[in-house]
Design a protein. Structure first.
Length: 185
């Protein structure tokens, strides 16, 4: 099972470890992206667009999606499988963002957890699934982010595309399924 573990009370540094167990070789590569890249959310009509404010280093899956990474402000992000994900039917009235760029969007635009959470709570956008690898599986993921202060948040899209945000410095572990509210139990 994939996991993210954060250790922030050791008195020295915030340490995060992540592992990803997958059905096949994801042909992962490390990519270094400078700030200033113009991006488009790969959602067709009314796709989210932005220019990256921050440079980042990421691990890719199939060289198509950012799955783990950190930006120059030390905001880190990790995607893990969540079978209960539900992105809903495309609503072109809301800006769209392919799940393959979701993590990159966060790294490109936000310096810390508070900024990312505030944006998601005040600027609705729709995550769109994509097919991953040769498995033919539709991407179903949730994301954990943390910053240099030890703050953390988990983002999930379930129930037909409704955004759920769990924000608390005490969130130190996330795994695949079940959704995070069940993990907290």
């Amino acid at each position: 099972m994939c996991s993210v573990i954060k250790w922030s009370d050791n008195g020295t540094a915030i340490v995060v470890a992540s592992n990803m167990d997958w059905l096949e070789n994801m042909r992962s590569n490390l990519w270094l992206f400078p700030r200033g890249i113009n991006r488009e959310g790969l959602a067709g009509k009314n796709s989210l667009t932005w220019a990256s404010k921050y440079g980042s280093v990421i691990t890719s899956a199939y060289d198509l999606a950012s799955t783990d990474g950190m930006n120059e402000k030390s905001l880190a992000c990790h995607m893990l499988w969540l079978a209960e994900s539900g992105y809903g039917r495309r609503n072109e009235k809301i800006p769209g963002l392919s799940v393959s760029l979701w993590l990159q969007f966060v790294l490109d635009n936000f310096a810390n957890v508070d900024e990312a959470v505030t944006y998601v709570e005040n600027h609705p956008f729709q995550i769109l699934p994509c097919i991953v690898g040769t498995t033919g599986k539709v991407s179903e993921v949730h994301m954990m982010i943390e910053d240099v202060s030890g703050d953390a948040a988990i983002f999930e899209y379930t129930d037909g595309g409704k955004s759920k945000v769990y924000h608390n410095k005490g969130y130190n572990i996330m795994t695949n399924s079940p959704p995070f509210n069940k993990q907290l139990e």
